[in-house]
Design a protein around this ligand. Structure first.
Ligand code: ARG
Length: 482
């Protein structure tokens, strides 16, 4: 046994060393590859303007280019925490981002543009008030809309936003000009780009603060590519014009004064409001889902025990069993997505309602089994006593059995509700801004993870503790009334 452990340990250590030594020879680039023509997937490869430029950098420094595809709101953090060397993802240079990373020279100019359905009456920026505006989560489009117009709907990537636009779930999509053009070419009779744009920006590559060597290498490759026309050739190949000419590079702006992390994450731009609103959504969804779950759970449990007792309700019992199997056998995120995209696919219902239905149906299955266990734990004599008092079967169930069963299973139910509350954290999948998503939004704006995540965790913990205390009170009260 000991030798086995030793063997496992040694091979693990060897494995780590092997990874490490390889790391030296690699240039790890992070990106979010649904952003054509800058980065997109072709087969299982990530291609586009950014990979081509980074390949030139890797060649110049004699390293192997490794591309990692992740969500856009994580690319800057991946670089600033040292998980990757360079972020090349059509990234706009902004003041906030400069606090976290250093930027190379800019390599192209870009704009945020407005995309609308082909037949939309919206003609420009002034028509946007009160409209449902979609953006890609954590992008400069997201920042512009949240600061200047109102809360946008945040999509994981531009392509999802385009689908939502075509499906009529949003009125407008704000996106970078070149990806917008690619989407417009793909659906020329469904969507159009408005002439008026919202911002002008420049893209650059991001490296960790302190990694001056790599920054200098990237800049020198960029300069030589600008001089000998290679940059223009790459951009032109993908239909982009507008590289800043050599010599007239916009000077890097001075890094803004840094505030304390607490200020940046919670006070600046009123970011704490995301947490408050998110908390409210989480509570709302959890509360109504618990109620729905209890109703379903009681119903199912009664059907099943009645069937077990006297063999009636065959069909209902079969349906209940089917429900339990399906719901307990599939992940709740998948159920949530099915309810949102398939069941409510073509109707416009509030996302909060979708979440309540999904989590309620899910929780009902677990509640049903808990309560069924509770009913079974009640002495058979109670049933007979009820019947001999002249109560009907339903009356016995409602007045004698269920109250006692409920008391017995209260701890197990409490446990289920705590699980449910935390499980609602996947609601962000349908762009619902619950507490967890609130933390994600803050993270995507401040490029720091520690404080927002800590705050979110602390808030969940507080609600759970509060809830547990209330439940304990209820339990004691019920005990006393015995
Ligand atoms: N230029 C915008 C920004 O920096 C959007 C970039 C999105 N890039 C991507 N690969 N998805 O925020």
């Amino acid at each position: 046994m000991k030798t086995l452990f030793r063997l496992i340990f040694i091979s693990f250590a060897l494995f780590l060393c092997a990874c490490d030594s390889k790391r030296e020879e690699q240039l790890i680039m992070v990106t979010e590859a649904t952003f054509p023509p800058y980065e997109f997937r072709e087969g299982d490869r990530v291609v586009g303007i950014d990979p081509e430029i980074m390949q030139a950098v890797a060649d110049a420094v004699g390293k192997e280019l490794v591309i990692q595809d992740m969500s856009f709101d994580s690319v800057i953090a991946a670089v600033s925490t040292g998980k990757a060397d360079v972020a090349a993802s059509g990234i706009t240079v902004t003041e906030e981002r400069r606090r976290q990373v250093n930027f190379s020279l800019p390599y192209v100019e870009a704009r945020q543009v407005i995309i609308v359905p082909a037949a939309s009456p919206i003609a420009g920026k002034d028509d946007l008030n009160g409209k449902r505006i979609g953006v890609q989560h954590g992008t400069t489009g997201d920042l512009f809309v949240s600061r200047n117009i109102g809360e946008p709907e945040r999509f994981q990537n531009g392509a999802l936003g385009v689908s939502a636009l075509i499906a009529g779930k949003i009125d407008v999509l704000v996106l970078d000009d070149q990806p917008a053009k690619v989407f417009e070419n793909k659906y020329p009779d469904k969507i159009k780009i408005l002439a008026e744009s919202l911002t002008t920006e420049s893209y650059a590559f991001a490296v960790a603060k302190g990694n001056e060597t790599l920054l200098a290498q990237i800049d020198s490759v960029l300069e030589s590519m600008k001089r000998d026309g290679r940059l223009e050739a790459i951009l032109g190949k993908y239909g982009v014009t507008g590289a800043p000419a050599a010599g007239e590079l916009p000077a890097a702006e001075k890094a803004p004064e840094a505030h304390g992390a607490f200020y940046t994450n919670f006070i600046e731009n009123g970011r704490w409001r995301y947490l408050v609103e998110g908390l409210w959504v989480t509570i709302e969804v959890s509360f109504f889902a618990v109620v729905l779950g209890l109703i379903i759970g009681f119903g199912v449990a009664v059907v099943r025990t009645t069937h077990d007792k006297n063999g009636s309700l065959k069909l209902l019992n079969f349906l209940c069993k089917l429900y339990l199997t399906v719901i307990r056998g599939t992940p709740v995120v998948v159920q949530l997505l099915i309810i949102y995209f398939v069941i409510f696919g073509s109707v416009d219902v509030s996302k909060v309602l979708v979440a309540i239905v999904a989590f309620g149906i899910n929780s009902g299955a677990y509640v049903a089994e808990i309560i069924r266990g509770g009913i079974q734990s009640i002495d058979k004599g109670q049933f007979e006593a009820g019947r001999s008092l002249g109560l009907s079967y339903p009356q016995t169930m409602i007045y004698i059995i269920l109250p006692q069963a409920f008391k017995n299973v209260l701890p197990a139910l409490g446990n289920e509700f705590v699980v449910l509350l935390k499980e609602t954290s996947v609601a962000g999948y349908i762009a619902l801004q619950d507490l967890t998503k609130a933390g994600d939004i803050i993270r995507s704006q401040t490029y720091t993870s520690f404080l927002p995540l800590l705050a979110v965790a602390a808030i969940y913990l507080c609600i759970v503790m509060l809830f547990t205390a209330l439940l304990g009170k209820l339990e004691r009260r019920l005990k006393r009334s015995e």
